[in-house]
Design a binder for this molecule. Sequence first.
Ligand code: C2E
Ligand code: CA
Ligand code: CA
Length: 632
Amino acid sequence: MERCLKTNLSRAILLGWADVNVTSEPSSQSDGAPLDTVSPDDMARRLRLALDVSKIGVFDADLETGHVTRDAVLMQIFGYDALPDEDAGDLLEKTLHPDDREQTWATINAGIASGEPFFNAFRIIRPDGEVRYIRSRSVTFQDDNGHKRLLGANWDVTEDIMLQQSLEQARALSETRYKALEGAWREIERRALHDQLTGLANRHALLHWLDSLPTLPDDTCPSRAILHIDLNRFKEINDTLGHRAGDAAIIYVAGLLEGLRHQDEWLARIGGDEFALMLSVGKRSGNAAVIAEDIIRVLEEPIPCEGHLCRCGVSIGLAHTSDAVDGRQALINAAIALSYAKAQKGSRAMVFTAELENRNRAIKQTADDILRGLENDAFIPFYQLQFDAKTLEVCGVETLARWQHPEHGILAPDRFLKIAEDIDVMWRIDRLLAEKASADFLRWRGEGLQVPRMSMNVSARRLLDPQLLAPFPTKNLPKGTFVFEMLESIFLDALDGEMSRAIDRIRKAGIAIEIDDFGTGHASVLGLTTLHPKRLKIDRALIAPLTRGERHRRLIAAIIEMGHALDIEIVAEGVETQAQIDLLRTMGCDVLQGYALARPMSAQNLAVFLQTRAVAVADAALRTESSPPAAE
Ligand code: C2E
Ligand code: CA
Ligand code: CA
């Protein structure tokens, strides 16, 4: 039997069929001798060895008698040590996986019928229940007895299939993971480009869009208008009604703007209460100013926020892409226009122009110069004397900031104060001046020059400076020697906890408080009674027309009367004529300050002025005559 199998195997291999790990080429050599010169026994031995090594099981079935011979490897593959009756039943039929049965037999029958070598793949279930994956190659031939036989080789590919399946599973898993990741990534991207509150695109997305515009200006690229929309009093809603109301207002406004947006236009929320609307080309962009007015009209209407109706108002900056080098620049231009719109009262739209750009550049230049000025110690105090209205004696001096500009000479605050405040350095200038002024003050006293008190202008922000009181040697001087002049708006707008604590500290330090520019802002008698300043300074805008009519005179008289009733002294600012001096004196004003008496001057000039004046007073005492005031 064994021998028969060997012979048949050799035959099969010589037929060029066997898919085994020995050479299938009849003429190739494994030990130097051509296979057809090797004896059949030797060849069978070699093949057996090769089959053992390759774990290929071999069967040989006599299709006439139904007798099947199987080698040990094949039995092993099928999970049997030996068949109880090797002819009994068909091992394949016995073990074939039911799902593969039909297909496997069909292939075998077709293969036998064709007479050609054929391939088969199926699963078997071993007696222990284990499922194995089998591949087979078979061929039919006629034996020496004229019997048709089927010779085949089976090998177990379960491990390969398992590996393939686990690779497949891993691939499917990684694909699912990839899909999930992709989804998460898309969500992250969506969030990164959208505003959570309103669902609108955010600043990021807008910049993305702007970057996608062709580089401008280009004749072939039609201009688009961009509107930078900023709510005017949104902070008040947030501060007074809370953040939920603020959020509701923003969502409502977003809805209104979305309603005004055309399909191909871009709308984004680019800040707390700021939106940008990029209009489509052509008529819409051409009508941008009209659209801006429409937006203003819509947003002038009350906004519902958490049960309240709020009027917010809106400012709009408008720029055209044709005026910019690229989309981002157009957005910056719209922001520049917006800053000018916001500087106006009420709801306004401003269009970006070359002139605005120049103005803006000049402001930026000044801001840079101010910062450099601070580094170079270019801010110095000037002093303007104040006079007792009754005696016309010097009773104080107001410190006024000046900027020693390297090109433009000495500059007054109208050239830098607003910008210094905008870039938040005015408090630093105030601090610097406080240090220099208190040093000058001590020097004058040391030189015997009579300056009873010194006033400083204090910006709201400087009130929060921890160094606020540090420059003033208050301990060794009478109370009220140093005076802080503050705009009444400071008290009315910002007298919250921190501010009122600062005011308390000022008072405790013996520094007097004066209200500056009285009559120009929102005067509040209530504010005056609670704050109780030492003095009120009537703004020069009210002093200027004083001698022009009874009505003006009566107003000043009323202020003086009210101040005195509240035990507050009155200072008249901007006194420019002798007639004003005379009138204010007769009206009972306490202190006079103005060009008619003394102009602001440098520390050096002030010392000279005071010395001259002291000499003049001495002369006058001798001649009982008064001398006219000197100028800067
Ligand atoms: P202010 O506190 O009302 O200062 C008085 C301003 O009126 C000064 O202008 C002064 O030069 C000017 N002035 C005085 N007498 C007359 C007069 O008879 N006629 C006219 N037409 N003007 C007169 P200045 O120095 O340009 O200051 C302008 C404003 O700048 C000040 O108004 C004050 O609000 C602010 N300021 C000045 N220095 C400082 C400072 O050191 N810190 C802060 N925070 N603000 C300052
Ligand atoms: Ca002042
Ligand atoms: Ca003033």
